[in-house]
Design a binder for this molecule. Structure first.
Ligand code: CA
Length: 624
């Protein structure tokens, strides 16, 4: 038998090719943990639902489905568990299913159209009719191909190897799979959704399947640059999530999930608005950010666990039984910066924005001069002891102090000062790669896959397979040594991403690790979302063209680019020299052609003056 499958957004077509047989079957499995199925032979239809889920839904959750088969059945049975029921066309059980059977000729094809819905059987049938209609398999297949091509061709690369082109588009494909549309379209064309927050069917958008802890870093900034209209729908979805759940989600799959730490919805909301998205109720989202920033949520990963300590002491203490407290503090401080930025953009009162500006500096409370790194701190103001900067977990989240000490996205200048100035900062950055990939896994009681990936990648303590350190390569730009960013970014692109089954360096994590690659291949990266800046790295292709939604183009020309010529010598934009280590979002939106001269040796004069450095909060005159 050959089985083929082709998708639409909420439906799919199967094509089964059978041998000559008087007893060919299709088995439909509605899953265990509570399911229902009904065969309607006169309509060549099967409907059912499964209640199976992995959490993040309300008690009455159902995933409804409908199947239309294009050949009359010679037999139809239901089953539950291991028992066949030859007498009933309907079954409700812990684990139910159906079997339909046919006589088939050699090479006979049987088509099955299927659609699902979180709302109802009726909605599943509406989606099936809307998305598949009378289309045959080949039509759906060509429509799916055209739909993907339309999105993927927004970025066009030229002058790379076949391997690089495959890797690039594979990464772009994975990036834009997240988050997923959780909403459905009713019979009159209106958008509505099953709410995983309160179980109701309600009007409007909802998206799910994203963890902001990962995706605030590069995936949402990428949407804001290339696909802003869909992120506008996502922002509307967040408004609905807030109305229905009382808090913004931090990890939605599909509802609230108790995964990871931080309050990074602040970054997702703020970055969208600062990058220019409009046409939705930003004020209610701002209200949601303030609520999330000042309250514990229904679970530790929603709102801010330890918020009273954080607001009073300026950090979440190590010794008050709140896990991953240093990671929480660092992320809350950045999130406060994101709230400050949005508050300022919305013209909120100075007394309010000042509070978040002050809290944005809370990262300083965890800086330990002795190790020159971030370290957990007890309630009494003393640092945690003992302290092993190579210990994964504990005060940090799926990483160690060497991975987390850079999580000061908004104020690298301030971090540099704490570490002892430019030279010492660069020495600390270099140390990440010089140290061997040793680790302390005692917190987890064994090697977690993120640790193993760091060892296998063999770049010292650099752990690209997990997210907290992914922006760190770009930080040399803040210290006047942009060529080191270029060297490491190119090495990571070349060595840690391959178009092979084992060619990926760790967790995809909702598209974030792919979004890192796509940005990096363009030649810049959003080190600090909720600002206007992208920090330069090194472009991967001789030419890359982005068709922006506003009709303008971003073109990155680097004709002398090669495996050897990985160092940026000179950049000009629209024929004017660019001596800084970053590019602005608004200047890209106006349409920009970057001409990048590449060479085999570092251009050690370029980008070395403080004026060339990217944004840091402590040197932001407008903030003072
Ligand atoms: Ca991860």
């Amino acid at each position: 038998m050959t089985t083929e499958l082709t998708p639409t957004e909420r439906a799919a077509q199967f094509r089964f090719t059978f041998p000559e047989n008087d007893s060919s079957f299709i088995v439909i499995d509605a899953f265990d943990k509570g399911s229902y199925i009904k065969i309607i032979p006169e309509e060549k239809k099967i409907i059912g639902y499964t209640t199976r889920n992995s959490g993040g839904v309300t008690k009455d959750f159902k995933n409804f489905f409908v199947l239309l088969i294009d050949k009359p059945f010679d037999l139809a049975y239901t089953w539950k568990g291991k028992d066949l029921d030859r007498n009933s066309l309907e079954m409700k059980a812990d684990h139910s299913g159906a079997i339909i059977g046919f006589k088939t000729k050699k090479g006979e094809k049987i088509g099955v159209k299927v659609a699902s819905s979180f709302i109802s059987h009726e909605q599943a049938e509406i989606s099936l009719a809307r998305e598949l209609g009378k289309d045959d398999f080949e039509t759906t297949r060509s429509k799916a191909k055209a739909a993907w091509n339309k999105q993927l061709s927004r970025l066009k690369v030229e002058g790379g190897s076949v391997e690089q082109v495959k890797t690039f588009y594979s990464c772009l494909y994975r990036t834009i799979q997240f988050p997923q549309k959780h909403y459905e379209i009713d019979g009159s064309g209106k958008i509505h959704h099953y709410s995983p927050y309160n179980g109701k069917t309600l009007p409007g958008y909802l998206f799910a399947g994203t963890g902001f802890w990962d995706t605030f870093r590069a995936l949402y900034p990428f949407l804001n640059l290339v696909y802003p209209s869909i992120n506008k729908e996502m922002q509307e979805g967040l408004i609905n999530a807030y109305k229905e759940g009382g808090f913004l989600p931090e990890w939605s799959s599909p509802g609230f999930r108790n995964i990871m730490v931080g309050n990074n919805s602040a970054s997702v909301v703020s970055d969208a608005y600062i990058k220019g998205l409009r046409g939705y109720d930003i004020n209610i989202l701002y209200e949601a950010l303030l609520k999330g920033a000042n309250n514990e949520g229904p679970m530790t990963a929603v709102g801010r666990k330890g918020v009273e300590y954080y607001n009073e002491l300026g950090y979440v203490p190590y010794d008050v039984k709140i896990n991953e407290n240093a990671a929480r503090t660092l992320e809350y401080a950045y999130d406060d910066f994101a709230i400050y930025q949005l508050g300022k953009a919305l013209g909120r009162p100075k007394s309010e924005t000042d509070l978040y500006a002050k809290r944005a500096m809370n990262y300083k409370n965890l800086f330990d001069k002795e190790s020159n790194l971030m370290r957990g701190k007890n309630k009494d103001g003393k640092f945690q002891a003992p302290f092993n900067p190579l210990k994964w977990g504990d005060a940090f989240t799926e990483g160690n102090s060497w991975h987390y000490s850079w999580s000061v996205f908004h104020d690298i200048e301030g971090l540099k000062e704490l570490m002892g100035g430019n030279k010492e900062f660069v020495r600390m950055l270099d140390s990440v790669f010089i140290m061997p990939p040793v680790f302390d896994d005692s917190y987890y009681g064994g090697v977690i896959h993120e640790i193993r990936e760091m060892q296998v990648m063999n770049m010292g303590q650099y752990a690209h397979g997990n997210q907290p350190i992914q922006h760190m390569l770009y930080l040399y730009n803040y210290a006047g040594q942009p060529w080191k960013s270029q060297y490491w970014v190119r090495r990571v692109m070349d060595q840690l991403y391959k178009p092979t089954p084992d060619g990926y360096c760790g967790d995809e994590d909702n598209g974030q690790t792919s979004a890192w690659y796509v940005f990096s291949a363009m030649g810049f990266y959003p080190v600090c979302p909720a600002t206007d800046q992208y920090v330069f790295g090194t472009p991967l292709f001789k030419k890359l063209t982005v068709s922006l939604e506003n009709g303008k183009k971003l073109v990155i020309n680097a004709p002398s680019n090669s495996e050897r010529n990985l160092y940026v010598q000179k950049i000009s934009m629209n024929n004017k020299p660019v001596n800084r280590n970053w590019i602005g979002h608004q200047e890209i939106l106006k349409g920009a052609t970057l001409q990048v001269d590449m060479g085999a040796a570092p251009a050690k004069g370029r980008g070395t003056t403080p004026a060339a450095f990217p944004y840091s909060f402590s040197t932001d005159k407008a903030a003072k």
